[in-house]
Design a protein around this ligand. Structure first.
Ligand SMILES: [Zn+2]
Length: 307
């Protein structure tokens, strides 16, 4: 079901933008993107039996069997006697408990038993089944939040886990911290049949994608779309349409994706953010982001309408 609203917002320069937001569930997108599977039940406590799955990380690298990547059984992890710096219950999927494990900070991937290897999550895209990979994407965010909030940011006292909540609390001043989620906007701007795609300065060679950027404090997501497009490429946009969202663990983004229409301005990529940006027709597309990403789902859904 699509819900339409017609809020009017005023951006800097006193230009009035018409912003239409249609809430369209992302699962209707024609391209599959990684997301926690339906039926996954988040949990703070788990009883770990032999069937449990361990998402074991060395830093931000996920440990997997070399010859059969997928869920690493808890019993195997325990049997190897690896030393963990921290554990977190993640949740239950299809009756199996999933637990996040961070190995000691001093542990090096070279120290893994034979038959195992560690690699950044992106390297496991399309190698591990989507359900296991998406739960690992949750697991790494919990571990990273936990690692970086061991001390109170206000007074420096060691923090401790709260009972019954995914939170760490300072016993001295009471500051409570929850897993950090950083909202970011993504937008695919169209001009007739053309798509505006940019090359981030850190992108793999040849790859272009929809524009993206983090929200600033005090902004609405719509403000952020309009500001980021203006800052990154000097273009004004109109007719925003919500597309969907995706948790993206590099390191803790929530990508909130829109389509928008070109409303004026000359394309001038900001060299601090973009190596290039161009208008592309559906017949002359550059290399696109991987199929697991909301960026690709957004581009594919738009192309399906334009073709
Ligand atoms: Zn404190």
């Amino acid at each position: 079901m699509i819900r339409s609203g017609r809020p009017r917002i005023t951006a800097a320069g006193a230009t009035r933008y018409h912003v239409e937001i249609r809430f369209q569930p992302a699962h209707t997108a024609p391209t599959a993107m990684l997301r926690t599977p339906p039926g996954f039940d988040p949990s703070l406590t788990l009883s770990l039996d032999d069937d449990a799955i361990a998402h074991v990380f060395v830093g931000d690298a996920l440990v997997q069997f070399n010859d059969s990547p997928g869920g690493l059984p808890w019993r195997f992890y325990k049997g190897e006697g690896l030393s963990a710096a921290r554990h977190h219950a993640v949740g239950i999927h299809e009756g199996r408990a999933h637990v996040a494990v961070a190995l000691d900070d001093a542990f090096h991937p070279r120290m893994l038993p034979s038959g195992l290897r560690a690699a950044n999550l992106r390297n496991w895209f399309g190698v591990i089944d989507d359900a296991t990979l998406s739960i690992a994407m949750r697991a790494v965010q919990l571990l990273e939040w936990d690692r970086t909030h061991r001390f109170c940011g206000a007074c420096g006292t060691p923090t401790s886990h709260m009972q019954g909540e995914r939170a760490r609390k300072c016993p001295s001043c009471g500051l409570t911290v929850y897993p950090r989620i950083s909202p970011a906007m993504m937008v695919l701007v169209t001009r007739g049949r053309e798509l505006l795609l940019g090359r981030g300065i850190n992108f793999p060679a040849g790859r272009y994608s929809a524009l993206a950027g983090f929200l600033e404090a005090g902004e609405t997501i719509e403000d952020a779309v309009i500001r980021e497009v203006r800052e990154e490429v000097g273009v004004e946009v109109d007719n925003l349409r919500y597309f969907g969202s995706q948790s993206w663990p590099f390191p803790n983004s929530l990508m909130i994706a829109f389509r928008a229409e070109y409303a004026g301005g000359e394309l001038r990529p900001d060299p601090a953010e973009l190596a290039d940006a161009q208008w592309f027709t559906p017949e002359s597309l550059p290399q696109l982001p991987p199929r697991m990403s909301i960026a690709r789902a957004l581009i594919d859904a738009t192309l399906a309408e334009l073709r």
